[in-house]
Design a protein around this ligand. Structure first.
Ligand code: PZK
Length: 299
């Protein structure tokens, strides 16, 4: 009996584990400029999984989560088939068992800094998803207060930014307010903790779902794939700060002469190694734990 694949993302997979549970597996794949590269980044899946578990634990008093277990000993036996020749050891640390939730049809984004589409919108209308902002802000500036900037999951391609009122139309006033308050508080806490380690969480995306009628944190939480992490010492308003994790990949691809059309060129081994190191450092700095202590990590 094999686990049924229910969703396949760019860099992770979701399987039906029966009994109202799902198995989420984070791969070591990396995407840049909207394409997935051929070379895996060693330990990336473990870093993202360990970070999510860290934050779910830190935020447990704020909200319940979908997490059942990350312990490979507690995963369904069929999960070993997904680990390649190493069996269960091959997915240890990058697979988690979760409860199936009724997902909100919203991407719950919180922005503490002006980057990406938020910076673009500010330039056009001096607002963020309808929330007016002070004049004179620069790219990458810190916002006076974090702003909840929801979007809807587009079926293909990119998400569509919506106003808070449009979020209310989708999930109702009470649910939209609950989601906003939960996400803004989770962002505040995580950003404050990361700032103490010299890392800025510019923005992050939460996915919420209902489990037994309660709003729960689902999916990835405060990882480099769901957030913009910047090294604080390289943050300069008016410029676009480097990504803490993916910058070696982006820089190398930019310098390679690649036309940004798939397939991308193969990444050199030293770029792969440097990037793996960045992910590990991000985990160890932000979470204050050693990756070697996480399930399956080489150490
Ligand atoms: C769920 N995704 C995103 C896509 C992935 C993940 N607890 C849950 N219950 C029901 N559905 C989901 C979750 C969670 N988390 C998450 N889509 C549905 C997604 C592709 C691969 F690993």
């Amino acid at each position: 009996m094999s686990l049924q694949l229910v969703h396949s993302g760019k860099v992770r997979e979701l399987y039906d584990a029966g009994d109202g549970q799902l198995l989420m597996v984070a791969s070591d794949r990396i995407s840049a400029f909207d394409v997935v590269l051929a070379e895996p980044i060693p330990d990336k899946g473990r870093v993202l999984t360990a970070m999510t578990v860290h934050w779910l634990d830190e935020l447990a008093d704020l909200a319940p989560s979908h997490l059942v277990t990350a312990d490979p000993a507690e995963l369904p036996a069929e999960a070993a088939e997904l680990g390649g020749p190493a069996g269960m050891a091959g997915i240890a640390g990058r697979a988690v068992l979760v409860r199936r939730a009724e997902m909100l049809p919203l991407e719950c984004i919180v922005r503490g800094y002006l980057a990406g589409s938020g910076w673009k919108e500010y330039g056009q209308s001096r607002s963020l998803h309808g929330t007016p902002l002070p004049a004179g802000l620069e790219q990458a500036d810190r916002l006076p207060e974090p702003v909840f900037t929801p979007s809807t999951k587009a079926t293909e391609g990119h998400d569509l930014n919506i106003s808070f009122d449009e979020a209310v139309d989708l999930v109702g006033k009470e649910m939209a307010e609950k989601a906003r308050d939960l996400c803004v508080e989770a962002y505040r806490r995580a950003a404050a903790a990361a700032e103490r380690t010299g890392i800025i969480v510019a923005d992050t995306k939460f996915e919420l779902g209902l489990i037994d009628g309660e709003l729960a944190l689902c999916d990835e939480v405060l990882t480099p794939d769901s957030s913009r992490f910047w090294p604080a010492e390289q943050w300069r308003p008016g410029t676009s700060p480097p990504s803490f994790d993916k910058q070696p990949v982006r820089d190398w691809l930019e310098g390679s002469g690649w036309d940004k059309q798939p397939p991308p060129p193969p990444l050199p081994a030293d770029v792969v190694a440097q990037t793996s190191e960045r992910y590990t450092t991000a985990y160890e700095r932000i979470c204050g734990r050693r990756l070697a202590d996480w399930y399956g990590a080489a150490g």
